[in-house]
Design a protein around this ligand. Sequence first.
Ligand code: CO
Ligand code: CO
Length: 345
Amino acid sequence: MDDIKLTTLTKFSGCGAKLGPGLLDRALCGLTQPKFPNLMVDFTTSDDAGVYKINDEQALVNTLDFFPPIVDDPFAFGQIATANALSDIYAMGATPITAMSIVGFPLHKADISILRKITEGCLDKLKEANVPLVGGHSIQDEELKFGVSVSGLVHPDKVLVNNTPELGEVVILTKPLGTGTINTALKRGLATEESINASMESMVKLNKYAADIIKKYNVKCCTDVTGFGLVGHGCEMINNSGFGLTIDFNSIQLLPGTMECVKAGAIPGGTKKNMEFRGSFVENISELPDEVKNIVFDPQTSGGLLFTIDKSNVESILKEFKKAGISGYIVGKITDNSNSIRINY
Ligand code: CO
Ligand code: CO
């Protein structure tokens, strides 16, 4: 049981796929809860984390994420799951303070030493983030699942929400795209070593460093690109803002081999769901080549921070990213094309 491949510990092909934005919307739309005077951000705006004001100087930020293995190395899986969960805290402009793990483990299929290695990977990233693991909960499960719930703190006036872009602002992303299609290619034995390594390196990278730079600028609107893909998270950004978003496809950075994986047909199930839910927001969707669609809707794991910034600061922030070894690049701009996305390619 020792050299079992982690990614084979999933039982059905949809296992671990998000329920998807369409289904989630059906489950949650219209649901309400009592008014909490200190509640600043809740589930209704699809933001990265909840925010609850404790006092005039502090707000508590909470998030949780977990999923089945997307790579075969248990240590790397623990690192990725942890970097991914921490990312939602950074996307709110907050500082993570404590973490708890959540585990589903198939004892009948895998040795418990695997969980130890996963947790070592988790602790490695938490150490880098300066966050203690304070507990967790585990159950026996048909499939292996691992994730982390993180609490963070932020000044109530400095919360970065996902839906306050301003006209003319430039939209920047801090990691290349392609983890969804490369992870799918990996499962089918279609991905090259180069792609797998680059994707892994990108997924384990903490968004802490990008967030530290972003916080130096007057940025108010920020999220991270994860399961809903670039267009899905871009939609949340402009939804009900009265503005639109133009994406310049050719300026998007891709992980090595991304196009090859897409062309080989390694399309994650999430891509289609993302397209069904948000395709109608893209005004020129009917003219887009398949490979363009398969990339802008590709679900990302532990993707980069997506934020809007005034034109005058773009050169300076990109320079800082470069110096810090972060691949920050312009993906487009905020337009007056109300609630609609246009993709130039
Ligand atoms: Co997020
Ligand atoms: Co999340």
